[in-house]
Design a protein around this ligand. Sequence first.
Ligand code: PEP
Length: 248
Amino acid sequence: MRRKLAAGNWKMNGDSALLAELGTLANSQGDSAPQIIICPPAPLLTRAVDITKDSAIGIGGQDCHPNTSGAHTGDVAAPMIHDTGARSVIVGHSERRSAHQENDAVVRAKTKAAWAADLTAILCIGESEEERIGPDTLAIIAAQLDASTPNGATGDNTVIAYEPIWAIGTGRVPTLEQIIETHDMIRAELTKRFGDEGDKIRILYGGSVKPGNAAEIFQAENVDGALVGGASLKAEDFQPIIDALAAS
Ligand code: PEP
């Protein structure tokens, strides 16, 4: 049985006021809450870990460098993220892939770096709008999954986030049928490659998840939760998504 997961990606947002709101969110989770991970910007990691300790909320980074240290100005190494007390990290987000030219090989290397630092990699994949309209959508996503995921993925060290690029921050979401079809394909690919472990790897949906559409998306058998951007920035939006996941 896979534990449900609600992950929030704050992107380049967050300050002391948002950390205070995170504290309120942490204090209001009941025992039956799904796993919750919040990924604030790197400068806020240590304080976020402190504010959420002894709560149902874990903290993750938004990106890590493939190397453990060195001359990489502005980058953050996976062991540094672990050292803050965070236990997971997003890799391969489409904003990193497009704005920082990160291809599948880079994402694969970052995933390995995350594992080596004892971080769970929340590995993002997803198609462009053009690829969604075209005839090879599922094959393109499968190839991206295969090339971005290193050998050795397990239910503990990896979470896959399926995020159609055209749905991120746009208010548009795929149909439930498209989500089901894509997540079922990802599950099949994971079990084909990783056997029983592939069945333990959680698959999140990401892209304009809101309080109003979360319950419908969580109906899908192979949707194990969500990676949420905009709606993770306000407790009043994120809490109903957590509740819908708990009820699914
Ligand atoms: C994201 O950035 O991972 C994301 C899913 O953003 P949003 O929920 O705002 O579409």
